[in-house]
Design a protein around this ligand. Sequence first.
Ligand code: F3S
Length: 376
Amino acid sequence: MHLTKEEERLLESDNETVRKCMEILVALGEIYGAERLVEIRSAQISGISYDNIGDAGLEWLESLKAKVVVRAYANPAGLDTVRWREMGIDSEFYEKQMRIIRALDGLGVEITLTCTPYYLDTPSFGDHLAWAESSAVVYANSVIGARTNRESGISALAAAIIGKTPMYGLHLKENRAPQVRVIVEEGVNPAMAGYHAGKLIGGKIPLVEFPERLSRDELKWFGASLAASGGAGMFHAKELTPEWDSFEIPEESVVVEKGDVDSDCEPDLVAIGCPHTSAEELRTVYSLLRKYGKVRREMWIFSSRRVIEQNRELVEKIEEMGAKVFADTCMVVSPASSRFECVMVNSGKAFEYLPKLRGVNARFGDLEECVRWATR
Ligand code: F3S
């Protein structure tokens, strides 16, 4: 991989953190055949729940001595940093999680604690990024037309400290071409369409034909589920995403039908907000609560602290109806969900990950079904 004089200097830096970050980027670039590094607009660092990185990760983060040189966002942590007790989190976990957050803050990472950084600072078409959270990666590539590989938390942090990432994979136009057509039949919920499509096509990039025009939130649900069940880093959607007609239409095609998923457990928690809810989704939840009445079971909604603060009045009304709106975390990365037996979700991603990562059963329902269940 070609390095500029400045990049070579960083590889020899006296600062061990900077040197190691450069070594990580060069190693990645060489493994994947990158010709050079490319400047990034922002980075997003995942895997920061204490539940995920444990003491070894915490101590490693605390040992780093550098500052990020581009905007860098933190993915959700294992708790709501203010209302953690209400989630049933113990103080030992809280202390460790806060040390992780302080270490990231010391590196200059913005403590956004969200998987939807695009609501805070929306990249532009063609921007290069180093984002790590799979749903954010797929949204940035597909819906916005920015360019990012699916980084690990470590490579995203290294990119943030250097301000660059190796130019390979989805940074190059030729690797963004669709490989398979996915035709979604009438009546399939977008999150479930993504979930089923991922199971059918694995990590291939699809060109998706939806039976109707989807909102950006619906594309968000589709992409998050697709990335979770299959592993794709992006999708194109006919007439909906910015690059859909920039490539040849693939010959291979699959059809996503309205099929049931195996999920008949009796929910003791209803959890909304995977990925974190937008302001629009909060408005929809509130109007559904007005339609169905007060919440009678545990109902948790996850969003970013910024979106909650910008919609304070709406959030208060939702909480008056009996739901809890938590920030900074989610039902998958927080150990708080593990004490429930069955969690009802409107997310294909949470439906895929809750049994695997939290050891709880999951049941799928669309947003209206989730609210109806919580108010029954
Ligand atoms: Fe976000 Fe957690 Fe889902 S990080 S995409 S809400 S699993």
